[in-house]
Design a protein around this ligand. Sequence first.
Ligand code: ATP
Ligand code: MG
Length: 241
Amino acid sequence: MIDAPALHLSGRATIGGTPIFGPLTLEAPAGEWTCLLGPSGVGKSTLLRLLAGLGEEVVFDGDLAAGDGAPLQGRVALMAQSDLLLPWLDATENVALGARLRGEAPQRDRARDVLVRVGLADHAGKRPHALSGGQRQRVALARTLMEDRPVVLLDEPFSALDARARARMQDLSAEVLAGRTVLHVTHDAGEAARLGTRVLVMSRDGLADVPPPDTRPPRPFDAGDTLAYQGKLMRLLMEAV
Ligand SMILES: Nc1ncnc2c1ncn2[C@@H]1O[C@H](COP(=O)(O)OP(=O)(O)OP(=O)(O)O)[C@@H](O)[C@H]1O
Ligand SMILES: [Mg+2]
């Protein structure tokens, strides 16, 4: 059993005096998969960066805490919107990067296993410039899964993938991250319909809770309730500003 805390964020954010988001209140339940959707520029990545302890440029006025009261530091993995792979390291070394940065022995065998699971067995020795955009994104996903943290923040993790790879990576992530507290930013209503146990739509007015089907994720992409929910969410996104 993973000891994954709930996430709580309540307040408003500015950069250089310009309002970015809020006031709003976000609750991501412990051990559940929360999807966050909303128009480009509304502040989703900024919110994730704050939760990850990054975003030095952001002035945040409010509360940000784990539900268990303990510090979040050291318990969060962020897969950023850009892949942030180091160009001079091969795929395996990029996946094992966290340990290296912490001064621990890199777990090359485990890194290679995770690369196999994201379908990159034949590309483990390649550096990022020799990988396609979708392959680079899967290396970044592998690095995030490798981190093995109780809180996982995913910023458009499957956006560069073809439909088949996307469905497979959704299934893999749902399996590997089960029991963790996941906050997943996506623009894809179908993806939220498959994966979310909680779905939030962010607009300039704050967050709207759009309860998904109460079946367990990952839901079949072609199930009637998944498709009906996808349509409903899409309609809301068309209205969100
Ligand atoms: N370092 C920065 N300096 C100034 N403004 C910034 C900075 N980072 C982000 N912003 C601004 O903050 C706003 C929110 O950006 P953010 O990246 O959080 O949006 P987003 O919801 O993730 O959008 P997208 O869906 O396009 O990824 C944007 O207007 C952006 O221009
Ligand atoms: Mg973003």
